[in-house]
Design a binder for this molecule. Structure first.
Ligand code: CP3
Length: 332
């Protein structure tokens, strides 16, 4: 059993488990080298030779306890036939949702389009056999997927107001959930030991519809994942009330963003936690990094905890700082 599974199931381990969101990515020169030669990001995510290689790159460098499949949450809109592109220095750009012909897509055509992702998972899972490391599969949570499908670009850039049409959004959310379940099930069948739900834009959901758009969809998927005896980690970034989220959704692990006041929350949280170091600290000096890391480790000393960042590794990060962080957590 991997350290992540031990901490989730048994509640404690000798060594602190650690992995990092976006651990495979642009801060690694060996990734940038591959990326340079593969300009189409979606095609790279569908490359059965390169996906296992990229996924395992951070494990070759650092003593981390999990691999996360190199893929993207936007493989879901791609799978149902929405146009998805990644533009340099801009980020994702999607086509109009009304151009998707929903009569042409079904569960088997969806699985067929994403088959290379599942084949890659099978290969990675074989590589990790007998190594006591978890393979994390993931999806975007329904609300966050809806935000990208309707907004057609990152809401960081601009947010259009179609997100407030709750009745029509509820219909789309149902379709999203249907295909997310297919995507989750396929990942589990091909070796994922844990599933993380990224609700990166949970913080954008209005209080009036947070139940329908964030809590209920996450809860439905958590229950679905648990029905396979697989843990579900939820990351509802910037949700205003993490305790309420845990009560409503009941995830196996709650991943905390870097704005969460952990000292305030730790006593009242009933499930294992993950997080929540500010990724910007990896850009600062070792002393500051050490001080802040120790605060997190001390705070969760008596609480089952998976060390991680409060959001993804930034592209400007020096890999030596990641190594320093991993060693510090392991020597704690
Ligand atoms: O964590 C990992 O190492 C696994 C791989 C992974 C990627 N994306 C690869 C990626 C994971 C788990 C994701 C999730 C993802 N994708 C999220 C949720 C997490 C979060 O960051 O909030 C979101 C919102 C997306 C959508 C997405 N994908 C955006 C907004 C972007 C552009 C961002 C940017 O920094 O340019 C991507 C592209 C992307 N996904 C990259 C990687 C390594 C960068 C690709 C590149 O240009 O080389």
């Amino acid at each position: 059993m991997s350290l992540l599974e031990q901490v989730i199931i048994k509640g404690s381990t000798k060594e602190k488990p650690i992995w990092l969101m976006r651990q495979a990515g642009r801060y690694l020169p060996e990734f940038r080298e591959i990326r340079e030669k593969n300009q189409n990001f979606i095609q790279l995510c569908l490359n059965e030779k390169l996906v296992p290689e990229i996924t395992l790159q951070p494990l070759k460098r650092f003593n981390i306890d999990a691999a996360i499949i190199f893929s993207d949450i936007l493989m879901l809109p791609y799978g149902i036939g929405q146009k998805v592109e990644f533009i340099k220095n801009f980020g994702p750009r999607l086509g109009e949702l009304k151009e998707v012909n929903f009569n042409k897509v079904n569960e088997s055509s969806f699985s067929e389009r994403l088959l290379p992702v599942y084949n890659s998972m099978k290969l990675i899972s074989k590589e990790l056999e007998n190594k006591n490391k978890s393979l994390i599969g993931f999806v975007g949570a329904p609300w966050t997927i809806l935000v990208y499908m309707l907004n057609m670009q990152s809401p960081k850039k601009q947010l259009n107001n179609s997100l407030s049409d709750i009745e029509s959004n509820k219909t789309i959310i149902k379709t999203i959930i249907k295909y997310l379940k297919v995507h989750i099930k396929n990942q589990i069948k091909n070796g994922a030991n844990i599933i993380q739900l990224f609700d990166s834009w949970a913080g954008l959901a209005n209080k009036k519809f947070i139940g329908e758009m964030v809590y209920e969809p996450n809860a439905e998927l958590v229950e679905f994942i648990k029905s396979f005896d697989i843990p579900a980690i939820c990351f509802p970034r910037e949700t205003p009330d993490y305790l309420e989220f845990v009560k409503e959704v009941n995830p196996s692990v709650i991943s905390l963003d870097y704005n969460v006041n952990i000292k305030k929350i730790v006593k009242n949280i009933k499930v294992p936690t993950q997080g929540n170091l500010d990724p910007n600290l990896l850009l600062s000096g070792k002393e500051t990094l050490k001080k802040e890391t120790l605060i997190i480790l001390d705070t969760f000393k008596d609480h089952p905890h998976i060390f991680n960042l409060g959001h993804g590794v930034l592209p400007q990060t020096n890999p030596n700082m990641v190594d320093y962080l991993v060693k510090m957590v392991k020597n704690y």
